[in-house]
Ligand binder design. Structure first.
Ligand SMILES: Cc1cc2nc3c(=O)[nH]c(=O)nc-3n(C[C@H](O)[C@H](O)[C@H](O)COP(=O)(O)O)c2cc1C
Length: 333
């Protein structure tokens, strides 16, 4: 199943293999894409990945995870992003982009967040966002979505996982507001409404969520599924299921496929296309996850950092014959 094609709206993927978004911290203060990014993403496309989801790309310089993040906060970024899309398309894969505001986890002098509570001892206490701050974030997400479309991405992913701003509003551990945003899904709904005004209806819109916070009182997959069902008519096509990152927890157990049950719950309860993964280090486990209906696509992160050609060289591990990149045929085993 891993190498079977899938079509979502007008996005035709040659297989179910997704490169997970992974920050590379290889830009500079400008946020503009560099040669590294073209090479990095082109290489994984040559390596047979069906869909590449580009690393968290900042919608606002004050929402960056680091000063080396890729940016999409200005029209000046579009040219470089177009080149990344081209590098991916030219090598046979489809291109997605994850857009993000880091909120209280931003490494800036004056971070903002839903409520004035720091993530941990190392990060600053954020300023509680005013309505004007919230309006700006909504507009920044919308502008970023417009630019992503102009740059030619096939898929847009909102980052609502790992304790970044959209997740901070979703979690009772970081959202202690008394105003209308105590409705923890309100910001996400407003961002979706704004994004829908510019992101074409025939292109895929995905959201990455943390489906658990690994603490007793936090977002869990059942609550999250209910929220997704309430808002899925706002054009959500795909859920990328991750976990953790909003509170420090001692009870995270990591093993191959550790987040697949979360993806399965979200898939069953919402009926949406899901991407599952987490410490999946070979084609067999990814294939198993899809064959058993735990998820529809599988994301691979760290495996693709160390072994970009894994999927062209290991298709035969599950008895698949796939088209090998022509220039490299002489090296095929
Ligand atoms: C270097 C690195 C950077 C990452 N950056 C992001 C990111 O930008 N956005 C995101 O949603 N997850 C990010 N992650 C998490 C991965 O997308 C993935 O969910 C995680 O690594 C688990 O999958 P794996 O075991 O296959 O690596 C990052 C992980 C790594 C290792």
């Amino acid at each position: 199943m891993l190498y079977q094609p899938i079509t979502i709206k007008n996005l035709h993927l040659k297989n179910r293999i997704v490169m997970a978004p992974m920050c590379m911290y290889q830009s500079d203060d400008t946020g503009i894409a560099k040669d590294f990014h073209f090479t990095h993403y082109a290489t994984r496309a040559i390596g047979g990945v069906g869909l590449i989801i580009q690393e968290a790309t900042a919608i606002d310089p004050d929402g960056r995870i680091s000063k080396e993040d890729l940016g999409i906060w200005s029209d000046d970024h579009i040219e470089g992003l177009k080149k990344i899309v081209h590098a991916i398309h030219a090598n046979g894969a489809k291109a997605g982009i994850q857009i993000n505001h880091a909120g209280r986890k931003a490494r800036v002098e004056h971070p903002i967040g839903p409520s004035p509570y720091a993530f941990n001892d190392q990060l600053l206490v954020p300023k509680e966002m005013t309505q004007a701050d919230i309006d700006k974030v909504i507009s920044d997400f919308k502008e970023a979505a417009r630019r992503a479309n102009e740059a030619g991405y096939d898929l847009l992913e909102l980052h609502a996982a790992h304790g970044y701003l959209l997740f901070q509003f979703l979690s009772p551990n970081s959202n202690k507001r008394k105003d209308a945003y105590k409705d923890r899904k309100k910001l996400l709904v407003e961002v979706l409404q704004a994004v829908n005004e510019v992101w074409p209806k025939d292109k895929v819109l995905a959201i990455r969520f943390s489906a658990t916070e690994y603490v007793q009182d936090g977002v869990d997959p059942i609550w999250l599924s209910t929220v997704i069902n309430e808002i899925k008519d706002l054009g959500i096509d795909m859920i990328d299921v991750s976990s953790g990152g909003n509170v420090v927890s001692q009870s995270i157990k990591i093993y191959p496929g550790y987040q697949l049950d979360l993806a399965h719950t979200i898939k069953e309860k919402t009926g949406l296309i899901t991407v599952g993964g987490g410490l999946i280090e070979n084609v067999q486990l990814g294939d198993y996850a899809i064959s058993k209906g735990l998820c529809d696509l599988v994301f691979y992160g760290r495996l693709l950092l160390r072994d970009p050609y894994h999927f062209i060289n290991h298709a035969t591990d599950i008895r698949e014959e796939i088209e090998y990149p022509k220039p490299y045929l002489r090296g095929k085993k």
